[in-house]
Design a protein around this ligand. Structure first.
Ligand SMILES: [Zn+2]
Ligand SMILES: [Zn+2]
Length: 340
């Protein structure tokens, strides 16, 4: 009986149905007109879309268990540890830093616009350094390991990544005056959109979403972010508004002539939980222990992945730039010569 109850709790928790069930049981439908009610309605959307994605795959006989197995294993591993540390980290940062805020905003629509722009900046900072500092890439790479895109990729995270992300994002937002209640509201929207942009190509084939591709960060942009093609490396770090990618020149649109290849650039076994979870740590440990001195060992940890003490760097920036140069050379040589 206990097992059935536990299973019921886990399933309603996973599908985000707890609040809705309580509402039906109590008959208090008035809650739907509140912020809590809207959150209750949106909660089940991503899990249900994930179910739809799997059912479509099964129906068209395209469902491959391997494409979902690893993110789910990581999800189970993270389930209890990560969330607890993350909530504690957010509360700690708010308590510690609120008194140092440059000013204090309130929960209004105009501060929401300000708060969202600041939030996107803080997200950009966390995410950018998650790619550019190798020790932080060890935390973030689990999310990039899957070699396909579907909603289960949302669950593929190293358990310390959420606390790292939340400390950076909360600290920046609180210091720049974002009201804590507003911050939680923004986090909720961000969590929803951040999950949605991982939707599989079998549900939404063209992830550009029409004109939205011009104003929002769409599934198409995030598919590019998860790609290991040279042109797509280390681009599109934002989540909902891609203003900061445009400001910092990391914006990249999906090219119809360049099919996305998902995953990370090093040789790895995507079906090994060990490799997905600890693979980058192992590679870094090998480099650090074989470093000729302390300084080189330290540089391995803080420089971008691909950095080499010999100067023969193979970083994402170099790979991307040499692709762009080569691509431009081809285009120039193919361009028709116009006679004057
Ligand atoms: Zn990333
Ligand atoms: Zn992602």
């Amino acid at each position: 009986m206990n097992i059935i109850h536990l299973l019921y709790e886990e399933l309603t928790g996973f599908f985000g149905l707890g609040g809705l069930i309580k509402m039906v049981q109590s008959g208090n439908y008035g809650v739907l007109s509140t912020l809590e009610g809207i959150q209750m309605l949106m909660g089940p959307i991503i899990p249900l879309l994930l179910l739809l994605e799997i059912l479509r795959g099964l129906f068209y006989k395209r469902f491959k268990i391997d494409e979902y197995k690893m993110p789910f294993l990581v999800f189970v591993l993270n389930r209890f540890i990560s969330r607890f540390i993350s909530i504690a980290a957010v509360a700690f940062c708010i308590g510690l830093l609120e008194k140092w805020a440059i000013f204090h905003s309130t929960f209004t629509w105009y501060w929401l616009i300000y708060g969202y722009i600041v939030w996107e900046l803080s997200h950009f900072v966390y995410h950018y350094f998650g790619h550019k500092v190798r020790i932080l890439w060890c935390l973030h790479s689990t999310h990039h390991a899957p070699q396909q895109m579907n909603l289960s990729v949302n669950f593929a995270h190293f358990f310390l990544e959420a606390p790292y992300a939340d400390v950076v994002r909360t600290s920046i937002c609180i210091l720049l005056g974002v009201n804590p209640a507003l911050l939680f509201f923004i986090m909720f929207i961000d969590g929803f959109w951040g999950s949605f942009i991982h939707i599989g190509e079998n549900v939404i084939k063209d992830g550009r979403l029409g004109f939205l591709n011009k104003i929002l960060l769409t599934p198409s942009h995030h598919r590019v972010h998860h790609a290991k093609n040279p042109l797509y490396l280390d681009t599109n770090f934002c989540n909902l508004l891609n203003i900061w990618d445009k400001v910092f020149k990391t914006y990249q649109e999906e090219r119809t002539d360049l099919k996305i290849e998902y995953g990370i650039t090093r040789e790895m076994n995507p079906n090994s939980l060990w490799d997905v979870y600890f693979g980058e740590f192992v590679c870094l440990a090998k480099d650090v222990t074989s470093a000729p001195n302390f300084k080189t060992g330290l540089l391995y940890m803080i420089m971008p992945p691909g950095w080499s003490p010999t100067g023969d760097h193979k970083t994402a920036k170099i790979t991307r730039e040499s692709f762009i140069t080569h691509d431009q050379e081809i285009k120039t040589s193919e361009a028709p010569v116009t006679a004057n």
